[in-house]
Design a protein around this ligand. Structure first.
Ligand code: IPM
Ligand code: MG
Length: 355
């Protein structure tokens, strides 16, 4: 089993280091190779996704990814910004299926900004299409308008776009995931306004006919954003496009009290996957040793389960994380009075002990 380790920027290096220790402690035959990505790669090689990093990622069975980005790169041309590294990896490896679970851990119910009864026991899975939509649709660019409200003015444009096969394959991922859970899928669209999402809704409905045992409903994205904070437990599997999924997955993550707890998987058709925490590079707390490594450690567990066929080892990690939470250990993001505050490294060490 070969893993490409791409820590990236900000807190990425600190949290990935802890996940690597956990993987090493498992006594599995895992080969790991580290490479630069994002702003760190730009500094060293002038590009956020250097050839060598992309090659390593392509050859690996799975990628353990930290985070990329820093405000200091905001002035760079778009093609050189750190975010292009993650977008480039998704596109080049065809990682179209992004699984973002939002689970509320029993011990962290009070960390949420929502009332405990709304989120206790919450366990939803957001499935975000990751290689299409307005993120990648062509054409895009800037020009001087020749029509519209202000001819002669500078304008910018992106293209929202989905093809039938792109929608079909992500719909299958959602229905299959639902079969292993409570057999309900909510497809989120904006079919009342956008042609792209009318096609989305039609295709998801068609694919759904192959899964008569799974209940499918449709929701407009604005309503979904509201229902997620009103009654989040009504959802089980949510499937949506790239842009809506970006937004709703952050919202769902925060319902659980801490985005620092949530892992994610991005898979291609051959189950090769990129695994990263749902949170970002958090440059404001980088280097302080206070970031929560649990989302990355749990991402390593997802990696073992989905790409490396090591479900038992994945379960061991997940159980170890529950143990340290039960012991009352908390990094700053999930701290509450009465618990024990620990650093990034101390949290990693506690997970190792629990393992
Ligand atoms: C995410 C991030 C990325 C995205 C950025 C960093 C490009 O927000 O993974 O959700 O928008 O997909
Ligand atoms: Mg996002």
């Amino acid at each position: 089993m070969k893993i490409a380790v791409l820590p990236g920027d900000g807190i990425g290096t600190e949290i990935v280091a802890e996940a690597v220790k956990v993987l090493q402690a498992l006594d599995l035959k895992i080969e790991m190779e580290t490479a630069l990505v994002g702003g760190a790669a730009y500094e060293a090689h002038g590009h956020p996704l250097p050839e060598a990093t992309l090659k390593l990622a392509k050859q690996a069975d799975a990628i353990l990814f930290g985070a990329v980005g820093d405000w200091k790169y905001d002035k760079l041309e778009r093609a050189l910004r750190p975010e292009q590294a993650i977008l480039g990896l998704r596109k080049n490896l065809g990682l179209f299926a992004n699984l973002r679970p939002a689970i509320c851990y029993e011990q962290l119910v009070d960390a949420s900004s929502l009332k405990p009864e709304l989120i206790a026991g919450l366990d939803i899975l957001i499935i975000r299409e990751l290689t299409g939509d307005v993120y990648f649709g062509q054409p895009r660019g800037r020009r001087i308008a020749t029509d519209g409200l202000f001819p002669g003015a500078e304008e910018a444009f992106d293209t929202m776009r989905y093809s039938r096969p792109e929608i079909e394959r992500i719909a299958h991922v959602a229905f299959q995931a639902a079969r292993k859970r409570s057999k309900r899928v909510t497809s989120v669209d904006k079919a009342n306004v956008l042609e792209t999402f009318q096609l989305w809704k039609d295709v998801v409905t068609e694919v759904g006919q192959q899964y008569p045992d799974v209940e499918l409903d449709h929701m407009y994205v604005d309503n979904a954003a509201m229902q997620l904070v009103r009654a989040p437990k009504k959802f089980d599997v949510v499937v949506t496009g790239n842009l809506f999924g970006d937004i709703l997955s952050d919202e769902a993550a925060m319902l659980t009290g801490s985005i620092g707890m949530l892992p994610s998987a991005s898979l291609n058709a051959s189950n090769q996957g990129l695994y990263e925490p749902s949170h970002g590079s958090a440059p404001d707390i980088a280097g302080k040793g206070i970031a929560n490594p649990l989302a990355t450690i749990l991402s390593a567990a997802m990696m073992l389960r989905f790409s490396l066929n090591q479900a038992a080892a994945a379960q061991r990690i997940e159980a170890a994380v529950k143990t340290v939470l039960a012991q009352g250990l908390r990094t700053a993001d999930i701290f509450s009075p009465g618990s024990t505050r620990v650093s990034t490294v101390e949290m990693g060490a506690a997970v190792l002990r629990a393992l």
